[in-house]
Each structure stands twice: as C-alpha cells, then as structure tokens.
Design a protein around this ligand. Structure first.
Ligand code: BTN
Length: 295
C-alpha cells in the first residue's frame, strides 16, 4: 500500500455496515482522509455545540491520517497513512460496571488477529500477541517485545445517555521513526508491526477482521461484565508473574486481572487492586522490585 494521499485506500465500509447494522441500529461508517483525532472528533459530535444537537449514534470513524492522535495519560499517538490503522468506535453503552472494557477491547482485537484459546489442547505455548494491562497489545518478536497497538476508551453523558468512544491505533507496517518526532509510545523501544505476524494484511483487511467481533465483545461486556473474559485475558497477559512498578512508585509482582478487570499487584503492603486507568504500569528488572514476592 502506498503512503501517497493520491493513492486511494479501499475501505470496506459497505461490508462493515452490512455486518453491523443488524447489531447496532442506526450504525454508520465514515472514513476521513485527515482529522486531528478520531476520539476527539467523536466526542465533539456526541457533545454537539450551541447550534448542533448532540448525536449519540453508533458510528465507526476511520482516519487515514491523524494530526493530533492521542494516547493514554496525555501522550501523543503517532501514525502514518497506509502504515497504521487509526479509528474510533462510538456507541451508547450501559454496562453495570465499566471496569474492564479496555481489556475486553484488547482481548477481542488480539483474538481476531491471532486466534488462540489455551483451553484447546492443539494450542500450546503462548500466543505472539500479548496484552499489557490496561490498554496495550504487544507483539513478541525475535528482537523482543514490541508495542503493536494501543486503546483509548473515553466516555461522556448527555441527558442520561452514556456514550463510549473506543479508539484503537494499530501499527500495520514498520516505519522508520522520524528523529524529529516525539518519542515512541514506549520510550526506547521501536513499535511493532502487524505485518511481522501477518504479512500481506493491510489496514482495510484488518479493520474488516476486527470490527464485527469487537462490537459483539463490547455488547457481551455490557450484559455480562468482565468476568467471562478473565481467562481469555490471562492467556495473553504479558505482565503476569513479572515485577512491575506503578506510576506512584509502588513496586510488586503482577498477578493478573481480577473478575472486575483490576490489575492485581502483590506489594510489600499486601495485594493491591489497581483500577485507575490513570496509573501506568511498567515491567522492571526483578531484582529492583522491592516488595515483590514469588507467585
Ligand atoms: C495508548 O496506547 O496510549 C492509546 C493509543 C490510542 C490511539 C488511537 S488512534 C485512534 C484513536 N484516536 C486517537 O486520538 N487515539 C486513538
């Protein structure tokens, strides 16, 4: 696929609409050549303005290029036309408990790209696409672990309607990072590329593969919560058993996600449940993790 804006990218908008309209009444798909951020745009549309009514409709917004892509914790999300897939799915949602939605999103995307169920005897070992709590997909490569995709979940309310925007950025093809650009999502580690795992799969094909199962997973989460997804997260949990450090400086050993999607960390002060998406977690060298205990 060429990066030139004059080379059209063929997006499967009609096939997606046909697959999703029965699940999401009023659903539309929109592809923009450029926007600041698909998450920001969907929030703008949901909130409306003094002259435009808020629109809580289900909408998939794909951007071929984002000029101000956003990540968690105020970070930037860099992407390049044709080499990345950047989109947001906005829909009204009313789960009893919101915790774990970002994990469910990651599980669904990972399973669509690399089906793997540890309960099936034919599937041994670890899948190459792993999940790092709460919102990253990582790819295991011969050069080490690389960040493959990020998820940014945001919500807003209007007149009793709660609207969720699930933004996803996936690195489809490796790009040489611009030295003048901001640091990569994980400082010091070059991003991963999906084509290392699935050569030949381009951004439109990835979109068509991941969106219908993602909508089903989000609807299952709305009805049943995170608990039915817990084992599927565990099969790909890259932090499990590792020494980790939280952004508040606490260190410990990660023990997977609980029934509510919280990260369980065994610290010197006992088992801690991390629920805040404002907390960042990073693996540390085992020797430097004070308070870490063997599982
Ligand atoms: C992260 O890793 O911190 C989350 C990255 C999320 C990036 C996606 S790209 C599509 C959507 N629009 C944005 O501005 N961000 C999300």
């Amino acid at each position: 696929m060429s990066n030139s804006p004059s080379t059209p990218i063929r997006w499967p908008a009609e096939a997606l609409w046909e697959a999703l309209a029965p699940l999401l009444p009023g659903f539309t798909v929109e592809v923009l050549p450029e926007i600041d951020s698909t998450n920001t745009e969907l929030m703008r549309r949901f909130r409306g303005s003094p002259t435009v009514e808020p629109r809580p409709e289900p909408l998939l917004l794909v951007a071929e290029q984002q000029t101000a892509g956003r990540g968690r914790l105020g970070r930037q999300w860099q992407s390049r036309r044709g080499d990345s897939l950047t989109f947001s799915l906005g829909l009204p949602l009313a789960p009893a408990d919101w915790s774990g939605l970002s994990l469910v999103t990651g599980i669904s995307v990972a399973e669509s790209l690399e089906p793997f169920r540890s309960s099936q005897p034919s599937q041994t070992g670890k899948p190459r696409i792993g999940l790092k709590w709460p919102n990253d997909l990582w790819l295991s490569t011969p050069q080490g672990e690389r960040k493959l995709a990020g998820i940014l979940v945001e919500t807003a309310s209007w007149e009793g309607v709660r609207y969720v925007v699930i933004g996803i950025g996936i690195n489809i093809r490796a790009v040489a990072l611009d030295p003048a650009a901001p640091a990569p999502a994980v400082p010091g580690i070059p991003p991963g590329s999906l084509q290392d795992l699935l050569p030949g799969l381009d951004a439109p094909a990835v979109l068509l593969r991941i969106i219908p199962p993602l909508v089903q997973a989000v609807q299952a989460f709305e009805r049943f919560g995170f608990a039915p997804f817990q084992a599927r997260f565990a099969a790909r949990d890259v932090l499990a058993g590792k020494a980790v450090q939280l952004s508040d400086g606490t260190t410990g050993t990660a023990h997977g996600a609980g029934e509510n999607g919280a990260l369980l960390v065994h610290t010197a002060a006992g088992m801690k449940e991390i629920t805040s998406s404002e907390v960042s977690v990073r693996p540390v060298a085992a020797a430097s993790a004070q308070g870490a205990r063997p599982c």
